[in-house]
Design a protein around this ligand. Sequence first.
Ligand SMILES: Cc1cc2nc3c(=O)[nH]c(=O)nc-3n(C[C@H](O)[C@H](O)[C@H](O)COP(=O)(O)OP(=O)(O)OC[C@H]3O[C@@H](n4cnc5c(N)ncnc54)[C@H](O)[C@@H]3O)c2cc1C
Length: 434
Amino acid sequence: MAWDFETDPEFQEKLDWADEFVRNEVEPLDHVWGGLEFFPLDDTRRKVVDPLKQQVRDHDLWAAHLGPELGGKGYGQLKLSLLNEILGRSRWAPIIFGTQAPDTGNAEIIAHYGTPEQKERYLQPLLDGEVFSCYSMTEPHAGADPKMFKTRAERDGDEWVINGWKFFSSNASTASFLIVMAVTNPDVSAYQGMSMFLVPRDTPGVNIVKNFHVGGGGHEHDPGHALIHYDNVRVPADAVLGGEGQAFAIAQTRLGGGRIHHAMRTIATCKKALDMMCERALSRETQGSLLADKQFVQGYIADSYAQLMQFRLFVLYTAWSIDRHKNYLKVRKDIAAVKALMPQVMHDIVMRATQVHGALGVTTDMPFTNMLIGSVVMGLVDGPTEVHKVTVARQLLREYRPSDDIWPTQTIPKLEAAAREKLAEFIEHEVGNL
Ligand SMILES: Cc1cc2nc3c(=O)[nH]c(=O)nc-3n(C[C@H](O)[C@H](O)[C@H](O)COP(=O)(O)OP(=O)(O)OC[C@H]3O[C@@H](n4cnc5c(N)ncnc54)[C@H](O)[C@@H]3O)c2cc1C
């Protein structure tokens, strides 16, 4: 019996603990220190945050995305998904559990492609939860098409010199280092001509020109998303991650994991919105009955539940497939499909929850407008929905062949003729017996 929807009891106990812990101990941090998650800890916050992180370690849930060789438990993506369904409720929870984006993806590629020296310098402090990192890929003139990137790195003796502009580099202003994608050989295709560089943020020439903030959401303290001018930034030859020309391969490794992790956390947001919708439906009366008794509202609830279950099962299936194949590329179609589905599911459920709350729903006293903007962000971050749909279609079409003549293979007369030929002996016998 290979298919099974049960969580093993030992891990279920950990999930139950995590659920209570996040609700009671971590969510309060969102309300007092929201937006400060990606800032190095000051003495006051450290007094609260370090003991919480220690509790997570004591329950063997620290950095659950990592294998044992990197200080995690090697739970795999399926169990991580179940955990992320809980952590996605809270801004601070991923930090307290050592699984926050973009640091998870950045840690993953340094672990995969880094030299021992790079791992010691950049990976270890990241895994210890002491520093933050930034992934600096998108440019002001080009995002969805990395082949158009212009930021250039040129060799000068023992150094690389980086020049160019990057846009929407999240958390750059509080990160201790940046992973920068740059053209190293403009004479070959972009797939071979770009490289990744590990650049300490305090390197001269790393100029953060402006921090952009997502409208209608986020938090006033949020570090935001930086426009960076790399102006003659000099790094040593060994700052290249994974070898020259490897940037595309590295980006695929990073974004494969990142996309599915966003989807796991999105389940939590959708569940929260559905919980709030149901509570409101049972609490608010109009025209003589509860909202819960109105068929339109029942429709909102039923549609939301069904959408969430479909999405959740797809995410869990994809996580299970990643564990099985241990290769994001082999699961590319489903990761892209989940990524394309995510903004729509989140938008639909949050919209209905907002609507059921009436005017209160659109106020800053409620989390819905943040969630709604979040659904738009999910349609952009790590690549726009349209691009993922194209990936799904292309991958799916590879599994098919064209018909061998002008009529579709499933044309009934064609099928009949083929069937008659196959069963000719018996049909003749049948006719003979008439
Ligand atoms: C909150 C947030 C955080 C982010 N953090 C980071 C980060 O840390 N590091 C980083 O490097 N980047 C980051 N990004 C940038 C993100 O990766 C890009 O926004 C994304 O790749 C899209 O690029 P773009 O914004 O330049 O849009 P464009 O490439 O200009 O695309 C604009 C629109 O055109 C359409 N479109 C694009 N391509 C196609 C196509 N092939 N077919 C059909 N339609 C298409 C889509 O509707 C798309 O939304 C972040 C973005 C957000 C919103």
